[in-house]
Design a protein around this ligand. Structure first.
Ligand code: SAM
Ligand code: SF4
Length: 447
């Protein structure tokens, strides 16, 4: 059986954890820990709103918190192991009287596993992804009416913000627990999305990321994802979206990325495998050739754009020939980055009981082979940018070393010497590049 390591071949741009803008400082304190993907980061933003409305001040350390909320991920086993480590630590702090209450929310909360965790650890409240609103009562707010998650209050006042356009997923990929813990797809009405985007932009947000498990599957009252994306791109100064599914990705959307000035020219399109046989076993619903064609359209529409993907190595039954085909696809698509995952069996998914377990050592070798190839391609592609001037959006302000982390319009992560605040743009020349990040020289001119 393979290990459950999640590793990325990229240095993803860190997601912001917003300052407690609305906190009314009081005697009560709460600490939120987030595990997992952008959906969870965004759910934590909503939880943050609730605890602030309830008069909690947000703190960063468990020992300073009356209430600790662990917002969890269940996609791979190592995510569960990490949460268990935190719960053990919280049990100890509780015994010492330093933490009073613990709540567990998110994907583990929606899974059967949460019952076992409750038996082993001291947890006061367990909530899944569909009943996060019940936290309101727990923190002393009036009981919230049941509502589907997108209508919960989200981020506000930050320079960048996530906007959920759909929840759940209608696919049944062999390995994936998401449909079990997040349910079937629910698309948020267009007017509601645009309303939130306009409110955010009016409040100072300059960068909006549309979120969902398969955003490009979004449909509502005859409108398709591209209609929504075009409308949002007219309402916000900078827009990105994640995650997309190759079966839903329309050429029209790929062309829009190239044509529309406010869209970041960055596509995350998970492929999972380059082998048609594995894609069929995984129930992905497309063949490798179709994926390649999509990438051709994207590269033509946005030649300087960046392309990232997700790849699983060591899915049950994956042969050497399947792996070779994945390597071929990686070579052909020349990804700028990839999240490469070792298969992690999730109880309740089809793949967990499939025969053909790939030995750990083989999984590790395949993992490294994919990783090396992605890094080589990314390094070569990044060298083309060295010497050019880029307009850079500052995501994270400078640390002690004077370097801020930004993003180019083509979606590259850049380290840049500037004191510019997050949300601002600077212009700077790219002086060097590694496989994961570009390095800009100083001074970064404020745009
Ligand atoms: N909805 C997205 C999609 O279909 O591409 C991705 C959702 S999932 C949270 C993110 C990634 O985790 C997947 O693309 C897949 O590569 C990986 N993943 C999901 N389940 C996994 C498992 N059991 N073992 C290893 N990787 C897994
Ligand atoms: Fe999971 Fe597949 Fe749905 Fe993505 S599309 S969330 S991998 S079931």
């Amino acid at each position: 059986m393979s290990s459950a390591t999640q590793t990325t071949a990229t240095a993803p741009i860190p997601l912001s954890s917003k300052p407690a803008g609305r906190a009314s400082l009081g005697a009560k304190t709460a600490c939120i820990r987030t595990f997992g993907c952008q959906m969870n980061v965004h759910d934590s933003d909503r939880i943050r709103r609730m605890i602030q409305d309830a008069g909690y001040a947000e703190v960063q350390r468990y020992e300073d918190a009356d209430l600790v909320i662990l917002n969890t991920c269940y996609v791979r086993e190592n995510a569960v192991d990490r949460v268990k480590g935190h719960l053990g630590e919280l049990n100890r702090l509780r015994r010492e009287g330093r933490v009073k209450r613990v709540a567990l929310t998110g994907c583990i909360g929606a899974a059967e596993e949460s019952a076992a965790l409750r038996e082993t650890y001291d947890i006061d409240l367990v909530l899944g992804t569909h009943n996060t609103y019940e936290l309101a009562e727990f923190v002393g707010l009036p009981t919230m009416r049941e509502t589907y998650t997108p209508e919960l209050p989200g981020t506000e006042g930050g320079h960048n913000a996530f906007v959920t356009i759909m929840t759940g997923c209608n696919y049944q990929c062999s390995y994936c627990i998401v449909p079990t813990v997040r349910g079937r797809m629910i698309c948020r009405p267009m007017g509601s999305v645009i309303g939130e985007v306009e409110r955010l932009v009016a409040g100072g947000t300059g960068y909006v990321t549309l979120l969902g498990q398969t955003v490009d599957a979004w449909r509502h009252e005859g409108k398709r994802f591209c209609d929504l994306l075009e409308a949002v791109s007219e309402s916000a100064p900078r827009v990105w979206f994640t995650t997309s599914h190759p079966s839903n990705m329309e050429d029209r959307t790929l062309r829009a990325i190239g044509e529309r000035d406010t869209l970041v020219k960055r596509l995350h399109l998970p492929v999972q495998s380059g082998s048609d046989r594995m894609l069929r076993v995984m129930h992905r619903g497309y063949k490798a050739e179709r994926y390649r064609r999509k990438i051709e359209v994207f590269r033509e529409a946005a030649p300087d754009g960046t392309l990232s993907t997700d790849i699983i190595v060591g899915h049950p039954g994956e042969t050497e020939e399947d792996h070779e085909q994945t390597l071929r696809l990686v070579e052909d698509c020349s990804f700028d980055s990839a999240y490469i995952f070792k298969f992690s069996p999730r109880r309740g998914t089809e793949a967990a009981s499939l025969p053909g377990t790939v030995p750990d050592a083989v999984v590790q070798r395949r993992f490294l082979e994919v990783l090396r190839l992605v890094e080589q391609n990314a390094f070569t592609r990044n060298q083309r940018i060295v010497g050019g001037e880029e307009e850079i959006y500052i995501r994270h302000g400078s640390t002690e070393d004077g370097k801020a982390i930004g993003e180019t319009w083509s979606g590259h992560a850049v380290h840049v010497n500037t004191k510019a605040e997050p949300g601002n743009y600077v212009k700077a020349r790219i002086e060097s590049a590694g496989p994961h990040v570009l390095y800009a020289g100083e001074p970064g001119t404020l745009v």
